[in-house]
Design a protein around this ligand. Structure first.
Ligand code: 5GP
Length: 200
């Protein structure tokens, strides 16, 4: 059976990657990996849907039992991708999306060289800061920390396979979908299909 493709999507906080992915995830053949985190829940977030919110102790226990495909510290909290659901969905032939920051992404690059890496850029750092303020979920010092962090993360974008600028949402969604589609049509991933044609 054809295995699914693992897509790793990064982008600084506030670049709108959540909004882009929400549209992309209308495709029922995509599975979004719900991360675990130790950060506090934000208004509007739902435990088990946005993230699996857990304590430091719970997170560390999961690290100890090798329960994460990758994990990293970000702005003073743990974030990690639970291994089991990702591997199960890939085995079932479903494409899986991990929405993670750059350190975790580069760890995945080492262990899963077959994964596809996509970075979502904001149109500018100024626009990113404006979006973070508009969201109104963080204190000013956290916003400043996240803007500085964003600049560092954008410096890693060149190590990804693809970059998409989220200026106009519909264009960004179209571009991400085009990347997903092209990757699923790679010849090496469709050898069975080629053989089937030859047999008919
Ligand atoms: P936020 O707190 O704004 O939801 O996320 C902060 C950062 O953590 C974002 O860059 C997001 O992509 C990243 N992140 C979310 N889940 C994971 C994960 O499972 N692993 C890693 N390494 N980063 C994650």
């Amino acid at each position: 059976m054809k295995k699914g493709t693992l897509f790793v999507v990064s982008g600084p906080s506030g670049c709108g990657k959540g909004t882009v992915l929400k549209e992309v995830l209308q495709n029922p053949n995509l599975y979004f990996s719900v991360s675990a985190t130790t950060r506090e829940i934000r208004p509007g977030e739902v435990d088990g849907v946005s993230y699996r919110f857990m304590s430091d102790a719970q997170f560390e226990a999961m690290i100890a039992e090798d329960g994460f495909l990758e994990h990293a510290g970000y702005c003073g909290h743990y974030y990690g991708s639970p291994r089991k659901p990702v591997e199960e969905h890939l085995a079932m032939g479903q494409d899986v999306i991990l929405e993670i920051e750059v350190v975790g992404a580069m760890k995945v690059r080492e262990t899963r060289p077959d994964a596809v890496f996509l970075f979502i850029l904001p149109p500018s750092l100024t626009e990113l800061e404006r979006r973070l303020r508009k969201r109104g979920t963080e204190e000013e010092d956290v916003i400043q920390k996240r803007v500085a962090q964003a600049a560092r993360e954008i410096g890693c974008a060149k190590d990804y396979d693809y970059v998409v600028v989220n200026g106009e949402l519909s264009k960004a969604v179209e571009e991400v979908n085009a990347i997903l589609c092209a990757e699923s049509r790679r010849a090496q991933k469709n050898l069975e299909e080629i053989n089937e044609v030859l047999e008919k």
